[in-house]
Design a protein around this ligand. Structure first.
Ligand SMILES: Cc1cc2nc3c(=O)[nH]c(=O)nc-3n(C[C@H](O)[C@H](O)[C@H](O)COP(=O)(O)OP(=O)(O)OC[C@H]3O[C@@H](n4cnc5c(N)ncnc54)[C@H](O)[C@@H]3O)c2cc1C
Length: 305
């Protein structure tokens, strides 16, 4: 099932047609409050009232021409202003291919620097998402160059990739901000763990080592997972070394395990919800279905009026 949905996420014919169906538009609403920036920002109010921070991403990836990246970067600058104007504790997250990585790495960096500098002036923060394995090396290079000029920046790394422990060690001299996730793409066994237990144990191992090595240093760790057992295992393992709950953040997606997000925030964890919006939701939604086939039942129920 997972591989079928990940294939559907990449299929141009389906990408063109499926989003036009109203049942698909109804189904995706479970994971995104709406397509507009305002709908995403409106959704933050109850979260902020419960002490949960927010992150925002405008869905979209793989531009046709580099010129389209200008509009995307301008959009994120406007988003940062809107977050500040509404007094939200909010940060932004972007995909490098949304800013032109398929076309020109230096131009992508220039956009990232511009957005990151604006994030710093609005007291916010810029996160770089991680895409499929073909982009990992270039994305890490971009982060190394970005971090050298703007420290309020972080990068996502994927625990299913065998290289990730080495990438954390490579970034360590930068005192990096890392969002660790399991990984959402279809990667071959030569470079990725395909067994859930191996992915989970790599996730715990990488997170614990990073927290222990980064103790007393200005690192930042986001655990980007809905797997509450893993979050609790990590917090227990580092607690014995004197690393408390304030040393990391729990990051989950809007609409997934919402009651756990509120429960963890109440229990003293620092929690942040990533809210996605925008018209180009199709590949992103297919990846959410791939993660949990039970969501397909929900999509099918949306066929009913
Ligand atoms: C804040 C954030 C940012 C992310 N950024 C990236 C990124 O930049 N690059 C990338 O490759 N991936 C990213 N991901 C996705 C990530 O890689 C996983 O695909 C996704 O989080 C599902 O895995 P899991 O860690 O929640 O664990 P799983 O083992 O898949 O799930 C654990 C439990 O969480 C619940 N759950 C998980 N997914 C769903 C779902 N879709 N619907 C309903 N319940 C669900 C279920 O109860 C499940 O049993 C991000 C995830 C988050 C939370």
């Amino acid at each position: 099932m997972r591989r079928i949905f990940l294939w559907a996420a990449r299929n141009p014919w389906l990408k063109e047609r499926l989003p036009k169906f109203s049942f698909m538009q109804r189904a995706v609403r479970r994971f995104m409050p709406g397509v507009t920036m305002d709908s995403a920002l409106d959704a933050a109010a109850p979260l902020q009232a419960a002490g949960i921070a927010t992150m925002y991403t405008r869905l979209g990836e793989n531009l046709t021409t580099l010129a389209e990246a200008d509009e995307v970067a301008d959009h994120y600058i406007g988003l940062l202003d809107a977050i500040r104007d509404r007094g939200l504790d909010g940060e932004v997250s972007v995909k490098p291919t949304q800013l032109g990585l398929d076309h020109d790495e230096d131009a992508t960096l220039a956009h990232l620097v511009r957005i990151a500098e604006h994030a710093a002036t609005t007291d916010s923060y810029l996160w770089i998402d991680m895409e499929g394995s073909a982009y990992v090396e270039a994305t890490i290079r971009l982060y190394e160059r970005l971090r050298a000029v703007q420290p309020r920046t972080g990068i996502c790394l994927q625990a299913y990739l065998k290289r990730t422990a080495g990438d954390v060690a490579r970034l360590m001299p930068l005192d990096p901000a890392i969002r660790l996730v399991k990984g959402a793409y279809d990667e071959p066994a030569a470079i990725a763990y395909r067994d859930k237990r191996r992915v989970d144990s790599n996730f715990v191992g990488v997170a614990v080592r990073f927290l222990l090595e980064g103790r007393d240093r200005p690192i930042r760790l986001g655990l980007g997972t809905h797997d509450v057992d893993l979050i609790e295992q990590i917090s227990e393992q580092v607690a014995s070394a004197g690393v408390g709950l304030d040393a990391f953040e729990v990051e989950m997606l809007f609409g997934i395990r919402t009651s756990e997000q509120y429960r963890l925030a109440k229990a003293g964890y620092r929690v942040s919800t990533l809210i996605a919006y925008g018209e180009h939701w199709y590949p992103w939604y297919m990846r959410r279905l791939a993660e949990r086939p039970a969501n397909v039942t929900f999509a099918i129920r949306s066929l009913l009026p």
